[in-house]
Design a binder for this molecule. Structure first.
Ligand SMILES: Nc1ncnc2c1ncn2[C@@H]1O[C@H](COP(=O)(O)OP(=O)(O)OP(=O)(O)O)[C@@H](O)[C@H]1O
Ligand SMILES: [Mg+2]
Length: 232
């Protein structure tokens, strides 16, 4: 079956990213063609510094390619991406220090136009799904790094996104908790009918996802090439 453009959530066409310029320039991502369609499940694997976060940030609309384009045909213009249909789970700490765990999870919903009460209700539900309900009133400084990473997952899932971009969501977790987070991501993606992209160093995480994309020195290859998948 041919994928039509409206079926494509995010489309990278010759998208490349270089940091800096002149003799100090770093080519983080070579020109890249790829797409994510609804319900895709992709593991993005590659060594440290290979360009995983760079590619995910472009797909999230958090950063611009220096060459080429990134678009979201099935979602809308870049302005409408956040908070809303594209949820990002960042590699590093991302909770706001003055807010409680529950407030952190509710905040994107409130910024997206939800009233306080339903936003907090959705936040509590998302925290419960990650078995974090007892942390709701704690501040980020009062919880562990691994717990904070799971709260960031809850925050991403509370908004019922159509595209979930998770940057090493299990990086700070032991194997058992990493497996729980992958379970939750897969279940949430299935529940919301969302596509899921997970960057990871962990082969046990990658093997849970049906598509594996490999990136080396900023060059993306896929084990199931999709370059020709969209209609021309
Ligand atoms: N803001 C920046 N300024 C300059 N160089 C950067 C910047 N961000 C990333 N880089 C460089 O771009 C390359 C790709 O980085 P990126 O963070 O995408 O890698 P990664 O695959 O996510 O690595 P990791 O597994 O360690 O998270 C690396 O060489 C990195 O040093
Ligand atoms: Mg990274």
């Amino acid at each position: 079956m041919t994928t039509t453009s409206v079926d494509v959530l995010v489309l990278c066409e010759g998208a490349a990213r270089t940091y800096g310029d002149g003799s100090t320039a770093t080519v983080a991502l070579q020109p890249t063609d790829c797409l994510i369609a609804p319900r895709d499940r992709v593991a993005l694997i590659g060594p440290s510094g290979s360009g995983k976060s760079t590619l995910l940030h472009l797909m999230a609309g958090l950063d611009d390619p220096t060459v080429g384009t990134v678009s979201w045909p099935g979602i809308g213009q870049r302005d409408s991406l956040r908070p809303g249909p594209v949820a990002v789970i960042f590699q590093g700490p991302s909770l706001l220090a003055p807010l409680t765990v529950e407030e952190n999870v509710a905040l994107p919903l409130i910024l997206g136009g939800s009233a306080d009460r339903p936003a907090h209700s959705a936040a509590r539900e998302a925290l419960a799904r990650l078995e974090l309900a007892e942390l709701a009133d704690k501040l980020p400084e009062e919880i562990s790094g691994g717990q904070a990473q799971r709260v960031a997952v809850a925050r991403a899932l509370a908004g019922e996104p159509s595209l979930i971009l998770a940057d090493e969501p299990t990086g700070q977790l032991d194997r058992a908790n990493g497996a729980i987070v992958v379970d939750v991501l897969l279940a949430a993606a299935a529940h919301a009918g969302a596509a899921l992209v997970v960057s990871t160093h962990d082969p046990t995480v990658a093997e849970r996802l049906p598509d594996v994309w490999e990136i080396h020195s900023g060059r993306l290859t896929t084990t199931r090439p999709k370059e020709a998948a969209w209609s021309r």
